[in-house]
Design a protein around this ligand. Structure first.
Ligand SMILES: O=C[C@H](O)COP(=O)(O)O
Length: 258
């Protein structure tokens, strides 16, 4: 029987405005407030808005199991870092997740392995679950991707993240912002390879992101622990439909004794 929850998360990146974020969260909160699989933890849901919309998102999801988090934190605990946000403040507000190491942060903001590792450690220190984004820069074989991603996991988590809840978001850079996700075979092979690498951490989930949307989770049929959604869940109905797929998948794997 599958004990692992299926994780469904979304980052709005900088696509949404404030009112749009609040509307989206309220819509999804209404749909998921009484959702059996979300209530009993078979499906874990997290939402990562832009910083100014975190508080209203927390208010929208209050009383539901849906978790809210941030898309970033600063890589020092506190101090004279104008314009930055600490993990401590995110945790104090009620955030439960924080994204670390997204390809766009690496490419556009110069984040390197040391910064990603510091952010992951600070997140763990504050009791936040890091959504650690990893992925190969160039399209290649699944074995090459696994090799590159293992190195990124080890560099970011070291020994600290080996026994703590972490979400590993496998996002091949070339599939982010694309018209379609990576192939089912590629996603399955890499996520299975990474699950093996993390076998000593039962609290780690390996989810896929990169042009993911409705139907992908069903087509992956248990080969991943969930999805990290972007553009193709900007419609709240699409997001809820992926949560429903997760619930159905968990139910079928449980009844089949997988
Ligand atoms: O944060 C989400 C991922 O980068 C995927 O974004 P996307 O689905 O819009 O490609």
């Amino acid at each position: 029987m599958t004990q692992h929850p299926i994780v469904v998360g979304i980052s709005f990146k900088m696509y949404f405005g404030y009112a749009q974020t609040v509307d989206w969260c309220r819509h999804v909160a209404r749909q998921l407030a009484n959702h059996a699989a979300v209530l009993d933890g078979r499906v874990c849901v997290f939402v990562l808005p832009s910083f100014p919309a975190i508080l209203p998102a927390l208010e929208a999801f209050a009383g539901t199991p849906v978790a809210v988090g941030a898309q970033n934190l600063y890589h020092s605990a506190n101090g004279a870092y104008t314009g930055e946000v600490s993990g401590a403040m995110l945790a104090e507000m009620g955030c439960r997740y924080v994204e670390v190491g997204h390809a766009e942060r690496r490419r556009l903001f110069g984040e390197n392995d040391d910064i990603v590792a510091a952010k992951a450690q600070l997140a763990l220190d504050e009791g936040l679950t890091p959504v650690l984004c990893i992925g190969e820069a160039d399209r290649g074989s699944a074995d090459e991707a696994i090799e590159e991603c293992r190195g990124q996991i080890d560099s970011a988590l070291g020994a600290a993240g080996r026994d703590r809840p972490v979400v590993i978001a496998y996002e091949p850079h070339w599939a982010i912002g694309a018209s379609a996700p990576a192939s089912l075979d590629h996603i399955a092979a890499v996520c299975q390879g990474l699950r093996g690498h993390l076998r000593d951490n039962p609290s780690a989930s390996v989810i896929y992101g990169g042009s993911a949307g409705p139907d992908l989770l069903t087509r992956l049929a248990g080969q991943v622990d969930g999805l990290f959604l972007g553009r193709f869940a900007h419609d709240p109905t699409a997001f809820v439909s992926v949560v429903n797929e997760a619930a159905a998948l968990h139910h079928s794997s449980t009844t089949q004794g997988i």
